[in-house]
Design a protein around this ligand. Structure first.
Ligand SMILES: [Zn+2]
Length: 193
């Protein structure tokens, strides 16, 4: 009886200990998860630093972007439109490309994008396709317009009728258009994204 009593106490201690450590373990995980997805100013400072360096070094436009996963930078880039002769080489697109390569994935699951400036419509689209968890930006599109980058102009164009845009979009449907989608829907071994 005495022995059982001791064992009982011992068991209780073990139970309590394991229950406590279990709760603690879960809490640690939750805290880690929250920390992983909460804003961290050092990553924004890095995006801004890249943007500033890009101007000082003459290596492209005044923009920088950083992709973060699990509290670590997995990719970063400045804008390289002019050195690469690539109008799509915005900082966000460059950083997304690098991050996806680093992850070996076409999705930025569990990632956050930090960008020195509010994304333009192209980068906004690229971000939606990449599907990160969150986007943090420093300057706004109004700041960009003031700096000579009128992204807001493109945002306004989207709302216009296609033919009335400064670059008219004209729907010319030829025979065979849509065959690709019929094939895609039927394809059983496709990689969906
Ligand atoms: Zn952009």
């Amino acid at each position: 009886m005495k022995t059982w009593g001791k064992m009982g106490v011992a068991l209780c201690c073990v139970c309590l200990l394991s229950a406590f450590s279990g709760d603690k373990g879960q809490k640690d995980e939750e805290e880690k998860e929250a920390a992983n997805h909460s804003y961290n100013p050092k990553f924004m400072q890095e995006a801004i630093r890249i943007a500033v360096e890009n101007v000082k070094n003459g290596t492209g436009g005044p923009f920088g972007a950083v992709v973060v996963k699990d509290g670590k930078v997995i990719a970063s880039s400045g804008n390289t439109v002019t050195p690469d002769n690539d109008p799509t080489a915005h900082a966000e697109v460059n950083a997304i490309r690098k991050a996806c390569k680093a992850l070996g994935s076409f999705q930025l699951t569990g990632c956050e994008v930090y960008t020195s400036c509010e994304p333009c419509p192209m980068c906004l689209g690229a971000i939606y396709w990449a599907r990160p968890e969150r986007v943090y930006y420093a300057c706004t599109k109004e700041d960009a317009a003031d700096g000579g980058f009128d992204d807001s102009f493109i945002y306004k164009e989207i709302a216009l009728k296609e033919a009335e845009r400064s670059i008219p979009f004209l729907n010319q449907r030829e025979e065979g258009a849509g065959e690709e989608f019929r094939l895609w829907k039927e394809k059983e071994d496709k990689v969906e994204y």
